[in-house]
Design a protein around this ligand. Structure first.
Ligand code: GLU
Length: 413
């Protein structure tokens, strides 16, 4: 089967739900397509004095429910198609958890491991300057994604602020605490994955404490999800990153693996490390893909043994694998619900910045749990009513909310 692009995957998921909802054709076409796409080619002065050209993107999918919101990704595979898909998933994600944002995504095609810190800073500052006409605290609010972090957000916030002439913390979220970040934001996506995993266990009458779990990806999402799920009593038997993985049926000490990665930058060299580990195919109860798109596919779907899949990454499962596994009885908690914790706490950060009043970490985490619990219940209810899977139900809920806002606002002019 021809490999679909991420944007084609996002459109297939959208169409499946739209069909169930009998959405009118014109509205369906409108909600599927991004509203605005900006491509920027810009120069960066490298440490050796030479000029290197970079290509960056900001795709704004839909803002009918509120300002555009979504992360910025630095990766060699970033292209307009991937950014389009990720932008549209942000629209549905914000709508599923009912926070007042639309969806956007940005990215720069680059390999950050080959850039020095100074080059990364100059690239980030120039990228933000290039997309500045379309972002802003009431317009479009970037955040971290793959290979961007608190430091990247601090540079973005500083660049935007310098150009405006005063400090504007609410232009990005995921900032360091010292310049307006929220307690709990760094852990929020992983924590949301943990809450979604608990909900899925409850619904499927499985005891999380008795489950074995494999986590693909050991970045901000996977490593924190593994840590928090281990703290809930489950056994993390496998973790992996781009270097390979570790499988230990007796359980892995996640904190030790985190310490190793903090020093060595990857899992390479951790006891038991195996470059060839096929983590997704291991005999586990719960599988958490928390790396990139397009991981669970027609090529490996028949070898998947997990009973529950919780999508920490955006778009890890292709429609073909999704259909096969769902028919087989595997329970999949879709990305737009499972990994929404990050953008939920981004919303809290933005609110705290606007109010200039900061919450303690317990308040952040309690409110996050409440929102994931509420959204999970609403999605599960639609899945039962419409006799469909959780992904389609999540899309039905999200598209319904965006469609309602669109129709009530009316089509301008
Ligand atoms: N990049 C994250 C996501 O895919 C977070 C986006 C945000 O906080 O705006 O959901």
């Amino acid at each position: 089967m021809k490999q679909l692009t991420s944007y084609e995957v996002a459109q297939i998921q959208f169409d499946k739900a739209a069909k169930l909802m009998n959405l009118k054709k014109g509205l369906q076409e409108y909600l599927k397509k991004p509203n605005r796409e900006l491509v920027v080619n810009f120069p960066v002065k490298m440490d050796n004095g030479e000029i290197q050209l970079f290509t960056g993107y900001r795709v704004q999918h839909n803002d009918n429910r509120g300002p555009f919101k979504g992360g910025v990704r630095y990766h060699p595979n970033v292209d307009i198609d991937e950014v389009r898909a990720l932008a549209s998933w942000m629209t549905w994600k914000c709508a599923v958890v009912n926070i007042p944002f639309g969806g956007a995504k940005g990215g720069v095609t680059c390999d950050p491991s080959k850039l020095s810190l100074a080059e990364l800073e100059r690239m980030t500052r120039r990228y933000i300057t290039e997309i500045r006409p379309i972002i802003g605290p009431a317009r479009d609010i970037p955040a971290p994604d793959v290979n961007t972090n608190e430091q990247t957000m601090a540079w973005m916030m500083d660049t935007y602020s310098m150009e405006e002439g005063y400090s504007i913390p609410d232009v990005v979220t995921g900032k360091p605490i010292c310049c307006g970040g929220s307690l709990g934001r760094r852990e929020a996506t992983g924590r949301g994955v943990m809450f979604a995993t608990k909900e899925a266990c409850l619904q499927n009458k499985m005891k999380l404490e008795k489950c074995t779990v494999a986590v693909q990806g050991f970045g901000n999402v996977g490593s924190i999800a593994a840590q928090l799920i281990q703290a809930e009593g489950a056994k993390i038997v496998a973790v992996s990153d781009a270097s390979g993985g570790i499988y230990n049926p007796k359980g892995i000490d996640v904190l030790k693996a985190q310490e190793h990665v903090a020093k060595q930058k990857s899992l390479l060299g951790f006891p038991g490390h195996n470059k060839e580990l096929k983590l997704l195919e291991l005999p586990v109860d719960i599988l958490i893909p928390a790396a990139l798109e397009n991981q669970i596919t027609g090529d490996n779907m028949k070898n998947i043994k997990a009973k529950i899949i919780v999508e920490g990454a955006n778009g890890p499962t292709t429609p073909e694998a999704d259909e096969y596994l769902t028919k087989k009885g595997v329970f999949i908690v879709p990305d737009i619900l499972a990994n929404a914790g990050g953008v939920v706490v981004s919303y809290f950060e933005w609110v705290q910045n606007i109010q200039k009043l900061f919450w303690d970490e317990k308040e952040v985490n309690d409110r996050l749990q409440h929102i994931i619990h509420r959204a999970y219940g609403e999605v599960a209810k639609i899945a039962a009513e419409k006799k469909t899977d959780m992904r389609t139900a999540a899309f039905v809920l999200a598209i319904g909310r965006v469609a309602e806002a669109t129709l009530v606002r009316g089509i301008f002019p």
